[in-house]
Write a protein that binds this ligand. Structure first.
Ligand code: ATP
Ligand code: MG
Length: 750
């Protein structure tokens, strides 16, 4: 559960404190037209989480008002997801379809009040009559129908006596409203379709705007929490309840930002398309962002909940980096799961000086993990190691087995390569090696130095397993259609070898395969005959590493993210900083964003601000230069301090140095940690503002470029920059650009 208080919790607390409500009642109201995804998980965590935190309760309600898309299999998937995440709904599952009779009565009541009417315009006319954002709409002539006529028509619509599209029921609100949603919104439409629950009884189905607020009211909901796209619908929500006089103990709607994650899609329409197209194996395909997919892949409920908490609840839509979700599962499993050995691409190793066999006692957990347990690990003459853990032509810094370099077999002995066996094509098929009897793990007296320990399995006892490796489902960071699907998102290894301890006697097991990542026994396909493991996530964030390589380090990445608009949601604390930075301190939003989102940067900034009263100057250098350094380092690893950055900015402000020179000084500070004042003094970088020094240089530049002087005087004023550049260059950037500008302008006049 969240430690911090987001704006929704603040509202709930205020409402409880003021006595507006005695108990918090929330609901999670999905439409059962698809499997829930990680965005729904966020909504589940918010709604159930808030109810739990404040001693209230949360309902699970199927918002099933659309007969053509809904299905019980989705209802089951939604129930499963909520339960799996560890939440409990109050009483039974609720269904909006159960309220159809009540909703119908409310509609009749609105008609009787003259607040709703049956409209018979076509769909297209309705659209046309609605007007535009800049133009008021017109009301349909049918709005003048009498209450009796409306009642009769609505009754006929209900009884199936009208064609689809022939009539709709509309609220009579305001065709000129600035909020277009209020331009006589539709309340009911005709559908002659079978409803998966209500059967064939109904021929009219309520629209979201009518059904939702009333369902909330019927259930005694206090806080109706939904995503931002419903912001403009709030006015209808309020109108319906107020007009019907349902004002005592009524619910209010509050919106938060929906969750988006990069490299995947969250729209149920696209997810359905993916499933239908066969590009994935089903709704629970481990590559999908569905809860069923994550669950099958091996994510834990704890990791998903932790992720949802960590991204905070924001009021502005944004995209969260999938690395953050991967971090959450890695973090969860790191200390929880046993570590075992699996070889994905086996290379045979024969120990020429080993006879017989033995069973090693190998700990499941490293020493820094407070869990205990070990397994029996058979060892004998024939083993398999990972093909990539041996190299004939090792690159620099290769720490594994080579012809010259011994390596440790994890939990066992050190081995030295003696011979490489190749097949007719020259492929390495076997390594003949010697083991060192006195190098046994834990009792090593051999004195042999090795650079790493590698995984291996014993050939006689290893089991063949299938391993499924997953990559991003989409190639594009913000995919728009199925065309962006990554064709290599699934890689199946049929003949991986695993140590015998990993043969499961119970399902639902996760392991760390040493040096490979975290794996989960596939809950659907795993059998004793064909054990299948899904890779949940790698040990490191290999993706961001890959990214780093093709992004030059000097490029300020923080800034990049903003330009592409791919940023994650701000926490409440971050939002508060952002507001102060853009408000009181007048930073531009981009810089404020960079600082506010990064705790290291914002605290660095705050400290520097205490030393120097130049919020904008400091912010610029911290959001760019300092941010670049902190990408790779922690604050304590920096050679320079916030105080020194403050000094640097002061020197810019009092014109001791130019901003250009400041960058040079900064580079020095990064390397040596010296005070900027010392660097400037020692290197003679003080800005030169004295015209007596600058004028002769200008004269020289003009003398050297008589043509340009002539052209400038003849009207080619673009050449002004040329002269300034030349003078600055001649002073190695030390001349005060403003002074240079003024002097050149003066000189070129004559
Ligand atoms: P669609 O994709 O068809 O627009 P939906 O995502 O709105 O559907 P619903 O079943 O109506 O799906 O959503 C149920 C609840 O989950 C709603 O309260 C909705 O606001 C919330 N929700 C849906 N998607 C997200 C998301 N990406 N982030 C946060 N909450 C979400
Ligand atoms: Mg929806």
């Amino acid at each position: 559960m969240s430690e911090h208080k987001d704006f929704l919790r603040t509202i709930v607390e205020e409402d409880l404190a003021s006595g507006k409500y005695e108990e918090v009642v929330t609901r999670f109201p999905p439409e059962p037209n698809g499997f829930p995804h990680i965005g729904h998980a966020k909504s589940i965590c918010i709604n159930f989480g808030i109810a739990k935190a404040y001693g209230g309760h949360c309902n699970l309600r199927m918002d099933d008002t659309n007969p053509t898309t809904e299905d019980t299999k989705y209802v089951e998937a939604l129930k499963d997801a909520v339960e799996w995440l560890g939440f409990k709904w109050e009483d039974g599952v609720r269904y909006t379809s159960d309220y159809f009779p009540k909703l119908y009565d409310y509609a009749v009541e609105l008609i009787k009040m003259g607040e709703a009417y049956v409209d018979s315009l076509s769909e297209e006319e309705i659209r046309e009559y609605r007007g535009t954002v800049t133009q008021a709409g017109r009301r349909s002539k049918y709005a003048q129908r009498s209450v009796e006529e409306n009642l009769a028509l609505f009754e006929q619509m209900k009884n199936g006596e009208c064609k689809e599209g022939e009539h709709v029921l509309r609220a009579k609100i305001d065709m000129g409203a600035a909020n277009m949603k209020l331009r006589d919104p539709l309340l009911y439409r005709i559908r002659h379709a079978h409803h998966y629950r209500a059967g064939d009884v109904w021929h009219v189905y309520p629209m979201y705007d009518f059904a939702h607020c009333l369902s909330d009211y019927i259930e005694g909901i206090t806080h109706s929490i939904c995503t931002l796209e419903f912001e403009n619908n709030r006015a209808i929500y309020d109108w319906v309840l107020d007009t019907l006089g349902l004002t005592a103990h009524r619910p209010y709607q509050h919106e938060f930002a929906r969750l988006g994650i990069n490299y995947t899609v969250m729209s149920k329409r696209l997810l359905l398309e993916l499933v239908k197209s066969g590009k994935v194996s089903g709704w629970d395909d481990p590559r999908l962002p569905t809860i069923a997919g994550y669950r099958r892949r091996g994510y834990t409920p704890e990791s998903i909940i932790h992720f949802c908490d960590s991204i905070g609840v924001a009021k502005a839509n944004s995209t969260v980096d999938v690395a953050q979700l991967e971090f959450a599962i890695r973090d969860d499993l790191n200390t929880k799961v046993p570590r075992v050995m699996c070889v994905l691409d086996p290379l045979k190793v024969t120990l020429i000086n080993y006879e017989g066999s033995e069973v090693l006692d190998a700990s499941y957990y490293p020493e820094d993990v407070p869990k205990e347990g070990s397994r029996a690990l058979p060892f004998s003459k024939e083993l398999y190691i990972e093909r990539e853990d041996f190299s004939l032509n090792p690159p620099k810094d290769y720490n594994r087995l080579t012809l010259e370099q011994p390596v440790r077999l994890r939990h066992a002995y050190i081995i030295t390569c003696k011979e490489v066996v190749k097949d007719a094509e020259g492929n390495i098929v076997e390594i003949k090696a010697e083991y060192h009897a006195d190098s046994k793990s834990g009792v090593d007296t051999s004195g042999i130095k090795v650079k790493s320990a590698i995984q291996w399995v014993d050939a006689a006892t290893a089991k063949i397993v299938e391993v499924r490796l997953y990559d991003r489902l989409f190639q594009d960071e913000a995919p728009q259609s199925l065309e962006d699907v990554n064709p290599d998102s699934l890689h199946i290894i049929k003949n991986a070898l695993i140590e015998p301890a990993v043969i499961l006697d119970r399902p639902d097991e996760r392991f760390q395969f040493e040096r490979q990542g975290y794996f989960y026994a596939d809950p659907v396909d795993y059998t004793d005959q064909n054990p299948v493991f899904n890779k949940i996530v790698g040990l490191k964030d290999s993706w961001s590493k890959k990214k780093k390589i093709d992004t030059p380090i000097l490029k300020p990445q923080v800034k990049n993210e903003q330009i592409e608009g791919e940023v994650s949601a701000m926490s409440v604390a971050e939002q508060a900083l952002f507001d102060r930075y853009t408000g009181e301190l007048q930073l531009n939003p981009e810089v404020a964003n960079t600082l506010a989102r990064d705790a290291k940067l914002s605290s660095f900034y705050e400290t520097a601000l205490g030393e120097c009263d130049s919020p904008i100057g400091l912010a610029n250098i911290i959001a760019n230069e300092v941010a670049r350094e902190l990408k790779e380092k922690e604050v304590r690893e920096l050679k320079f301090t916030p105080m020194q950055i403050a000094q640097l900015v002061k020197m810019i402000e009092d014109e001791t140095i130019s901003t250009k020179i400041a960058k040079q000084v900064f580079e020095e500070m990064v390397l040596c940690g010296e005070d900027p004042t010392h660097i400037v003094e020692a290197k003679g970088l003080v800005q030169i503002s004295d015209p007596a020094f600058i004028l002769p240089i200008i004269d020289e530049v003009m003398a050297k470029n008589p043509d340009n002087v002539e052209k400038y005087r003849a009207g080619n004023t673009k050449l002004f920059g040329f002269f300034v550049g030349q003078v600055l260059k001649a002073t190695e950037g030390k001349a005060n650009p403003q002074v240079v500008n003024a002097l050149i302008e003066e000189k070129l006049k004559h």
